[in-house]
Write a protein of this length. Sequence first.
Length: 243
Amino acid sequence: MTRGETGGRRTTADVRGGQAPTLRTIVDSADVTGTDATTGLTYQIIRPDQLATAPWRTLNTFALTPAPFYDPVFLRAVSGFGRGDLQLMIVRDPAENGMLRAIWPFNTIPLGPVSSLRANVTFSSHYSPTAVPIVAQGEAERTIATALRGFASVAPVLVTPNLPLESALAKTLITTLDAGHFAHTVTGRNDRTVFSGPAVFREYAAAHWSQNRRQRIRKSMRRLSEEGLVDFRIASAANPWPG
């Protein structure tokens, strides 16, 4: 496992967590709201269009591990590529005037084609190489423990695909699962190239690729766009949420 440096490789994984096998009553996610008696924090499941953009982005800016692919505008554009109806598990602190402490995009899906049990799956798409829940810095274990309690009231299994194992969020999640005596395992690993952003990509390309190669790539991208072989989805803050 290596860290995701510029032009390097990053290890991502599915981390599955759940209590020891017990049957739980499956409820409508829209009805889920409550207070964790242990942490004192509240959890609630809402639709993405029920959360204002400004506090969402503020939390992401100061998150334990910032999640650019969970920016509200980006998520709005790719929401239709998930495995089901997109929902948000949010955690707030009543002692701090309801301050937002976590935003966890997810879908709830059947565990199998003939299974009556369901799993909560952190939202991921082909357009999002990583899927990192947004959790505030400071007392992150307390926040994650509250989110886990909310998830457990919906389905007995939580799956977190494409979660970078070296991220602070992943390490804190595993620590919280251990502390709460949740059974968990890493079910698969993917090594993929990760660039930190457009500016870093340009620097990497200039340092490692010839000018001729860069020109060929730009020409190919223009041709793909002209021939309609590339699907562009553009979202802005003014766009309504699909559906």
